[in-house]
Each structure stands twice: as C-alpha cells, then as structure tokens.
Design a protein around this ligand. Structure first.
Ligand code: ADP
Ligand code: MG
Length: 359
C-alpha cells in the first residue's frame, strides 16, 4: 500500500546549517499491517510520518501510495491525504466545536456528506470509542484520554485506509494511557492498516505485525515483535530494547578523585532507581577494583551499564595500555575480594585489559 524508497529529509537550521534527519529510508506497509516505528527521541520518527502524508516536504526519494507517487507535482495530495488519517500527540481538536461537531465537520465539508448522515456515523463512532454521552460537550470538558479518543473517532469518520499515529499517548496522564491504547488495539483487531510511533513498548510488542527501529537516518533494524524484542541483532537496537543506561568516567592515573567518582556513580544509579544494597555493592566493587586490582599502567576507564529491563548492572574497568590479561594474573585473594559475600554475579575478562563485574 505504501512504498518508501531512498527517502531523504534535510532540515535547514536557524543557524543556516543543514541537518539530515532521514538519510535513506526504505520501507513498505501492506494493507492490514500494523507497523510500529520505534527509536530514540530525535531520530526522525515524526518527520517520517509527516513525510508520508506530505505534511513535511521530503528532500528526495519516492513515496508511492497504491502505485501513485505522492511526491509527483501532478498528484492531488489532498485526495491522498484524505485516505490517510493522522492522530497527533496533542489531539488537535477544534476547541470551539462540540465533540460531535469535531467528528462531523470534515465528512461534511470534504466528503460532501449530509449533516444527518455525518451525525449518524459520528454517533456510531463515538459509541465505538466509548464517548457516546460526550457528544454535546466541548473538548475542554474532557480528560486527555477522552480527547484522544475523540481525535481517533474524528479520524475514522474520514474513512481512512491507513491511520498514522504519532505518539498518541505521550501527552497523557499515565492513568489515561490504557483507554487510548485499548481503542487502538481494537482497531488493529479489526484489520485497520496502521503505522504507529510509540514509546509504549509492551503495547508496540502486542499490537504490531512488524517493527521498524529507526536510527541514524535509516531503518536500522526491522523485524517481527519477537525478533526485535527477544532477539535484536544490532548493538543500538539491543541497547534501546533493554533500555541500557550508561555512565563512563576516565581516570588518568592512580591518584584520581575516588570520592568524586563515587558521587557521580551514585547520581547515575539513583537516577535509574538503583539504590540500597546494590548501590553499596557498586561502591564496594569499584573501590576494590580501582584501589587494589587494576594495574594502572595507563589510564583506566570505568563504565557502568544498567538495563532498566533486566535490572542488571555491570561495571567494566578497562586499562588503556593493557599489560596483558588482568584476571589471569590475579591471585586467589584479589579475586575472592570481588566475589566476596555475593558482591557480584560474575566477574569476566571481556577483552584483554578489561574486567567486567556484574552486580
Ligand atoms: P522524533 O519524532 O524521532 O523524536 P523528529 O522527527 O521530531 O524526531 O525530529 C528529528 C530531528 O529533526 C530533531 O533533531 C528535530 O530537532 C529536527 N527537526 C524536526 N522538525 C524540524 C524543523 N521543522 N526544522 C528544523 N529541524 C527540525
Ligand atoms: Mg516525535
């Protein structure tokens, strides 16, 4: 249904520099598919969606919708847009119109439906999203979750062939996220073709037929929910899926500021909810490593990686000019210091001059 080839989008910054957000996007969306686009903030997910219905003018490449190149000058873009609904983060409802009028306006003006016809369908759609009794209310009288459900009903009223969702729940109170996701799930179960940008990972996993991981201006990795969530292949996808947070510090020599380092590690850990015993262990292991075990023939880098998904924290200590493998040269005593009292799950030599301690 949608075929994107070599799509490129370059923005001109206020400073007059070129910012390439999408460098070479290739993807297809078939009828009945639910394709989710995930990736770190600022990677161009919104830009890609906006290019699909030309709310944003692509710099080059092609986008075909059912065989029609929508970037061609002769294409009637408003006709194409009518077939693609879009639901935005902040609802974009007409604040001065009632809920029902929000839903009926476009079908009357753009599809030429009579008021009676539009209202009849509008009420059906409001019922479908659970807001039948709010038809006469103004948007400001609704909660965020209700507003977004109206926005979805308004979109459906245009009988789109595909709906593009750009972070439909990210402006909502956590308590209202699920009511909106439930509506989208229902649409998916009815076979609606959708392209969804969302940070709700469990939802994305459940609802999608295919997932695109956008990174560095390209579709960096693509696959089924199982492939992307259970068995991501590329390093950035892995880090994103496991929500890996990292901290790194470089210590020039043995006379580094240990307490300054503890302070920074402490800040990193508490930011991600690593507290109590684990935090004590982190401090203990760091001290054992840096004040006893690391040879310090060159500078030493301390890297902490914390997976918010698995709650595993690992510390890696790397010597810049390795004097040979560290672990092998260690005596029983130093090793047992590290493993002492269940301080760590494992201690491994990840590469020459680099010791990784899992806590
Ligand atoms: P995402 O939705 O993945 O968070 P966006 O598509 O919103 O990312 O933005 C990608 C990048 O493009 C960001 O660095 C953003 O600042 C930049 N950008 C988006 N829109 C514009 C614009 N109209 N002019 C200049 N830069 C923009
Ligand atoms: Mg965005």
């Amino acid at each position: 249904m949608i075929k994107v080839r070599h799509l490129k989008k370059v923005f001109r910054t206020p400073q007059g520099e070129d910012l390439t957000v999408l460098s070479d996007i290739n993807c297809d969306i078939a009828k009945g598919e639910v394709v989710s686009i995930i990736g770190p903030s600022g990677t161009g997910k919104s830009t890609l969606l906006r290019c699909l219905n030309r709310l944003e003018e692509p710099t080059s490449g092609s986008i075909e919708v059912d065989g029609t190149d929508i970037l061609d000058r002769s294409t009637d873009i408003s006709r194409i847009r009518r077939r693609m609904g879009m639901v935005f983060q902040n609802f974009n409802l007409f604040e001065h119109l009632t809920v029902l009028d929000n839903v009926t306006l476009c079908p009357m003006t753009l599809l030429g439906k009579s008021r009676a016809e539009a209202e009849h369908r509008g009420m059906e759609l409001l019922e479908a999203v659970g807001l039948h009794d709010k038809a006469g209310n103004l948007p400001r009288e609704l909660s965020g979750g209700q507003k977004q459900r109206v926005a979805i009903a308004r979109c459906l009223a245009m009988e789109p062939e595909i709906i593009l969702f750009d972070e439909p729940t990210s402006a909502l109170d956590p308590t209202m996220v699920s009511e909106v996701l439930a509506v989208i799930r229902h649409l998916a179960s009815q076979g609606m073709t959708m392209c969804i940008v969302s940070h709700e990972m469990q939802f994305v996993r459940d609802v999608s037929t295919r997932i695109l991981f956008l990174y560095d201006g390209v579709v960096y990795e693509e696959g089924t929910p199982e492939q992307i969530f259970d068995n991501p292949q590329k390093p950035v996808t892995k880090a994103f899926i496991n929500r890996i947070r990292t901290f790194e510090a470089r210590l020039e020599n043995r006379r580094f500021d240990l307490y300054g380092l503890f302070g920074k590690i402490h800040t990193f850990c508490t930011k991600y909810g690593v507290v109590g015993q684990t935090l004590d262990k982190v401090q203990h292991v760091t001290e054992e490593m840096l004040c006893g075990i690391m040879p310090f023939n060159g500078a030493v880098t301390v890297r902490a990686e914390y997976s918010e998904k698995t709650s595993v924290l690992s510390l890696t200590f790397t010597e810049e000019k390795p004097d040979g493998p560290i672990l092998k040269t260690l005596d029983e005593e130093s090793l047992s210091l590290l493993m002492v009292k269940g301080m760590s799950r494992s201690v491994t030599e990840s590469q020459e001059g680099s010791v990784c301690v899992e806590i």
